[in-house]
Design a protein. Structure first.
Length: 245
């Protein structure tokens, strides 16, 4: 952490700060208003919200991919990066290409989307493993949807492989049930918090999950509510999204 005087540009404070809510509140609560620049990253959503809402500070969340002074520097250290952030914030905030994080509710809703995505990925890996193991024994498992895999495959698994694969088939069945639970939860979230997803679902091939990720993830909820789009929606592509449709 580095502090730069707004008038002289001299470094007036330097130190380290634990990345915890308690440490930030102790350091910045009740202080005169400051302009604080931080890099976008894992902690920046909650840090920026806490500094703005609880500590009444001005926060700039820098886009590190566009801030060439930081990502392109050959002398890259945490100390130097902090000073460069402070100097850019002092000169012109636009030089940081500041990003605006989504709200806490949207972040929580997207966590459900990503948790479902993680389960889908785990299930796909297990299904591929079971098919590969059976193929190595000269067996070919029937074609079926991933959701019905645990029902249609067991009778076709070579008997010698059952001790190895039966537990995996039970796990695949459990994952499929949990994924269905997430589907129901996301449908409820979309209906209650993002009615604008119905507009996005008018695009052929775009389902509820992709629509929810698009609206909640891009911050387009208010824009769609105030000015509904007709026809094609910019950024919405059928069959694409963080969870693959």
């Amino acid at each position: 952490m580095r502090g730069v005087d707004n008038d002289s540009g001299e470094v007036i404070e330097e130190g380290r700060l634990r990345t915890t809510p308690e440490a930030f509140e102790a350091r910045f609560s009740g202080r005169d208003p400051m302009r604080i620049a931080i890099e976008a990253g894992t902690h920046s959503p909650w840090v920026s919200r806490l500094l703005e809402e609880e500590c009444a500070q001005e926060v700039l969340v820098a886009n590190p991919r566009k801030t060439r002074l930081i990502y392109g520097s050959k002398r890259k250290t945490d100390k130097l990066d902090a000073e460069n952030l402070a100097r850019l914030a002092r000169l012109d905030p636009k030089l940081l290409y500041p990003v605006e994080h989504r709200g806490e509710d949207s972040q929580a809703h997207l966590a459900v989307v990503r948790s479902r995505e993680a389960l889908v990925g785990a299930r796909t890996k297990l299904v591929n493993h079971v098919r590969g193991a059976a193929k190595s024994f000269g067996a070919r498992l029937p074609k079926c949807t991933v959701a019905s895999f645990h029902k249609k495959v067991p009778e076709h698994v070579p008997e010698a492989l059952l001790p190895a694969l039966a537990p995996l088939l039970e796990t695949i069945a459990s994952l499929s049930e949990r994924i269905r639970d997430y589907d129901r939860e996301l449908e409820a979230i979309a209906a209650e918090h993002y009615p604008e997803t119905e507009l996005v679902r008018q695009v052929p091939g775009v389902g509820a999950l992709t629509a929810l990720a698009f609206v909640a993830g891009s911050g387009r909820s208010r824009a769609l509510r105030e000015k509904p789009h007709r026809g094609r929606l910019p950024g919405a592509r059928p069959g694409q999204g963080p969870i693959g449709g």
